[in-house]
Design a protein around this ligand. Structure first.
Ligand SMILES: NC(=O)c1ccc[n+]([C@@H]2O[C@H](COP(=O)([O-])OP(=O)(O)OC[C@H]3O[C@@H](n4cnc5c(N)ncnc54)[C@H](OP(=O)(O)O)[C@@H]3O)[C@@H](O)[C@H]2O)c1
Length: 214
């Protein structure tokens, strides 16, 4: 697939690199320096290049939205027409100092995004794990007991695309249902962040759901 990265920071830089290593064509976009985008593309060791958000969106089969909530409108404006595109968003609706959700309970960042982009197909995925764990999960991909990764969305085909990308990074995709379930996923992401960054175990943290046989 061709994957456009909108926001090439901790999440977008790493996920874009792993998508390229998994065999996808990747366009890194939206960082404060073009040199950084070029470096990411060089170091991805796959088929990757640097571009503008509009380049990233042009022929993309999927776009990864990975910016701070305060930058969403700007990057989408720069990306241009994303009608019908699959938008996989790991962006959480955080306040400026990243201490709390600014949308919760009765809606979610993912639903607010889908409202902005009525003609795009939004899937919420990857927001429930810290960036620090991504390379380790990819490296352990061939082992049994992959960690889980929850995702949700309203478009069946878009969710299939997201599930493929989740699998390619090394997680076991767990379909949590329609996009409104992001109301539960986004606070869960804050719990994972609490465990990753505020306890002694360190940020290389993933999770795994197990169904126990009766
Ligand atoms: N980090 C995590 O572990 C994690 C985990 C789960 C969910 N999330 C969510 O994922 C999203 C992305 O998080 P992140 O940690 O990857 O953020 P980040 O590292 O700050 O990356 C955001 C990207 O946006 C770029 N950017 C910011 N302002 C810009 C501007 N004015 N012009 C051009 N580019 C600009 C940054 O450029 P530079 O590269 O130049 O800084 C960076 O490439 C957020 O919504 C966050 O809540 C993050």
């Amino acid at each position: 697939m061709q994957i456009g990265i909108l926001g090439s920071g901790l999440m977008g830089g790493k996920l874009g690199t792993l998508f390229a290593r998994a065999g996808h064509d990747v366009v890194f976009s939206y960082a404060r320096s073009e040199e950084k985008l070029k470096r990411l593309a060089r170091e991805a060791q796959g088929n990757a290049r640097a571009g503008t958000p509009v380049d990233a969106a042009r022929d993309a089969d999927a776009l990864l939205l990975a910016v701070h909530w305060s930058r969403v409108d700007d990057v989408l404006k720069q990306a241009g027409n994303v009608s019908n595109k699959v938008i996989v968003s790991c962006s959480l609706p955080m306040n400026a100092d990243n201490t709390d959700l600014v949308i919760a309970h009765t809606s979610s960042g993912a639903e607010a995004l889908a409202k902005k982009l009525r003609r795009a197909r939004v899937v919420s995925a990857f927001g429930t794990v810290p960036s620090e764990v991504l390379f380790g999960v990819f490296e352990a991909k061939r082992k049994a007991n992959r960690p889980s990764l929850v995702y949700c969305g309203d478009d069946h085909d878009a969710k299939d695309v997201a599930a493929t990308l989740i699998r390619d990074v090394g997680f076991d995709p767990v379909d949590a249902g329609p996009l409104r379930i992001a109301r539960h996923m986004e606070p869960f992401a804050l719990l994972v962040a609490q465990l990753a960054y505020e306890t002694d175990g360190g940020p290389e943290l993933a999770y795994r759901f197990e169904r126990r046989a009766k």
